[in-house]
Design a protein around this ligand. Structure first.
Ligand SMILES: NC(=O)c1ccc[n+]([C@@H]2O[C@H](COP(=O)([O-])OP(=O)(O)OC[C@H]3O[C@@H](n4cnc5c(N)ncnc54)[C@H](OP(=O)(O)O)[C@@H]3O)[C@@H](O)[C@H]2O)c1
Length: 332
């Protein structure tokens, strides 16, 4: 992030807002065991006991979010439960879902099958979901949330987000009123937004007097959105990177820059990009349906990038958005 908070020492523990894994204590996200007893889950539990601790990011509302989560966009509902179960087995304690992905039921089945939907296991996992754009507005949002929570088979979610600002059909102020009530009722812990540019964050603040705790935005080496991250830093809004590898396109970015750095550290290009995010203090939600890649994407804490390597990755910034423009897009 350069001016907006890069940790030039290369040590994640020193990045703004990051708790060191050693300091996590009771909030250690990587060591809980499973509640169900199938062979798969027993094997999973064995893996979990050796899973790495994941740092957390302290949010302005007092909550702490695991810095690495699993994204589940474009995972068919029928496949989602097994994808989420393998992520939990690998040590993920943060799942990033959305009504629009059509697979909240699959997430719910995975959490129920593994015992992560109640008791202390429930407290050890962070579950995010998002409101469909078409369901924005006070009444609609309250109704939609009831349906989403039922699909997830949960009593509360850790974070509920407005998915897109839709400035051409702006209802985020009204929607936020419903979100605020859900939080007051203990059904949501943290309120967030996605794809909000500074102009949308300011508009929301003017109408509600509140900043969201998290802004989830497209962010990767070739689309660094420095204006947005600087604005978020100024207002104590944590930045969460979606498409953190540009859906895979950035693995070969910069004529082999990422690959050369990876070879120097004997890690994969994906790990270089994800480690760069971690050292910048950004929350990441890489998606993979493959258990080996899920483990790889969590195995980010055994090496550190140098200041020069950060400089090289920072220099890859360009106009190469992988997704959509929040000023015009709606994902209803
Ligand atoms: N709020 C929003 O508007 C919004 C928009 C987009 C995304 N998101 C969230 O962000 C999450 C992540 O973004 P994304 O899915 O767009 O992109 P991404 O995480 O940057 O990339 C995912 C792609 O990279 C592949 N991959 C994963 N790990 C890999 C590795 N270690 N080596 C090589 N390839 C690897 C995956 O393939 P396999 O699955 O085959 O391994 C998949 O094709 C989404 O799932 C979703 O939760 C939010």
């Amino acid at each position: 992030m350069g001016e907006s908070g890069m940790n030039t020492s290369g040590a994640a523990d020193e990045s703004r807002g990051i708790d060191s894994p050693d300091a996590l204590g009771a909030r250690e996200f990587g060591t809980a065991s499973f509640g169900a007893g199938s062979e798969t889950l027993a094997a999973a539990a064995a893996t979990v006991s050796s899973a790495p601790s994941i740092p957390s990011i302290a949010l302005a509302d007092g909550n702490a979010i695991p810095q690495v989560g699993l994204g589940v966009l474009r995972v068919d509902d029928s496949q989602t439960a097994s994808v989420v179960e393998s992520a939990l087995a690998a040590g993920y304690r943060h799942i990033d879902g959305a009504a629009g992905y059509g697979n909240e039921a699959g997430i719910g089945r995975a959490l129920a099958a593994t015992g992560f939907n109640h008791g202390t296991l429930r407290e050890s996992v962070w579950v995010t979901t998002k409101l469909r754009d078409s369901q924005q507005g006070y009444d609609n949002a309250l109704k939609a949330f009831d349906r989403q929570l039922a699909l997830l088979q949960l009593d509360y979610v850790d974070m509920y987000m407005i998915h897109w600002p839709t400035p051409f059909d702006w209802r985020s102020g009204e929607t936020w009123r419903a979100f605020d009530e859900l939080r007051a009722a203990g059904r949501v812990r943290t309120l967030g937004v996605c794809n909000f540019l500074p102009e949308h964050l300011e508009r929301l603040y003017k109408e509600t007097g509140q900043w969201p705790a998290v802004d989830q935005i497209e962010l990767h080496p070739t689309w660094q959105q420095r204006e947005v991250t600087a604005f978020c830093a100024e207002h104590d809004i944590a930045v969460e990177a979606y498409s953190p590898m540009a859906r895979g396109a950035d693995l070969e970015a910069g004529d082999g820059t990422i690959e050369r750095i990876a070879a120097a550290h004997r890690v994969s290009p994906a790990q270089v990009i994800l480690r760069w995010h971690i050292e910048n203090g950004t929350i990441i939600i890489p998606k993979s349906v493959h258990a080996d890649r899920q483990r790889e994407n969590l195995d980010l804490f055994g090496f550190a990038l140098s200041t020069e390597e950060h400089r090289q990755i920072d220099a890859l910034d360009g106009p190469t958005r992988a997704g959509h423009d929040p000023r015009t897009f709606s994902y209803s």
